[in-house]
Design a protein around this ligand. Structure first.
Ligand code: GUN
Length: 284
């Protein structure tokens, strides 16, 4: 039976470290601040933003929640971003995705200065990650890596399989595993022999967005299974991409949903915000 990787516990440890760093900065007269912009009324986004604001409060980070109406034009949003980008009191800046269809996400993301891009979504930060330079790591993949490291299982030389190739999760998760010397395979909707590929994974990261996509027969005995999915099953219950009960029979370690990667993602955002404030303080 697999050992559960407790996201709640790990996230609490990260946030405790962040809170200590925030306290130090405040003693120097700097109050770390994260600005979160949301456009429209996406219910999932509302839940995520609320979580981020709560985490900020727990860590002693000031948060600015900027909620713009769904009809906001791209130019109005860019104007707001420019204002926050130029505000020395704002250290971290993010725009909650998805945006309404009339706004181009790429243009908006690139309007965030890389030094305030605590989501790690700008081309500059993605590029720096690719070549191993200092950067803000995207929060979900960074959280996945923390969870894998917490098991004590060594990553170097292992077969790591990532299911999903999104810019936010799949691709960067693969890159971070590669940086730790894993042999990495990225699977996606066109992958042939998906089951066999996954069944060979010492580390399996599922970021598909479909409940029950990863079945027990896709798990290598003793594998580390990281479930990034946040879905609702037929009964409306929150669940991941992995059939937890079946996978837990075979895996060595597994993350639950809820209580897994989601909490670590949020904790990583707090860590990035603290780092942003620390770096901006040094740059002055
Ligand atoms: N929407 C879903 N996940 C994320 C995230 O990590 N950051 C932002 N900005 N939007 C999201």
């Amino acid at each position: 039976m697999a050992i559960r990787i407790e996201g709640k516990l790990l996230a609490a440890q990260v946030k405790e470290r962040v809170a200590a760093g925030v306290k130090e900065l405040k003693e120097k007269g700097i109050e770390p601040c994260l600005a979160v912009i949301m456009v429209g009324e996406n219910p999932a986004s509302q839940v995520y933003v609320k979580g981020k604001v709560k985490d900020c409060a727990e860590c002693g980070i000031k948060s600015l929640e900027i909620h713009l109406p769904a009809e906001t034009t791209q130019n109005e949003l860019l104007q707001k971003l420019a204002e926050l980008a130029g505000d020395a009191g704002v250290h971290g800046l993010l725009v909650q995705l998805p945006l309404p269809a009339h706004i181009d996400e790429k243009t908006v993301i690139e309007a965030i200065p890389p030094q305030k891009d605590v989501d790690g979504f700008t081309a500059v930060n993605v590029g720096r990650m690719m070549i191993g330079e200092e950067c803000f790591l995207p929060c979900t993949p960074a959280g996945c890596m923390e969870m894998i490291r917490s098991t004590g299982v060594s990553i170097s030389g292992k077969n790591a399989v990532v299911i999903g190739r999104s810019n936010i999760v799949g691709k960067p998760a693969a890159m971070l595993l590669l940086r730790e010397n894993a042999t990495v395979t990225i699977c996606h909707s066109r992958t042939e022999n998906l089951k066999q590929v996954c069944a060979n994974a010492d580390i399996l990261v599922a970021a598909v967005g479909r409940a029950g996509f990863v079945t027990g027969d896709m798990i290598k005995p003793g594998a580390v299974v990281i479930d990034v999915g946040i879905n609702r099953n037929a009964q409306g219950k929150l669940c991941g991409d992995v059939d937890y009960d079946a996978a837990a029979e075979k895996a060595g370690y597994i993350t639950p949903v809820p209580g897994g990667v989601g909490l670590m993602t949020r904790a990583m955002l707090m860590q990035n915000t603290l780092q942003a404030a620390q770096k901006q303080a040094l740059a002055k």
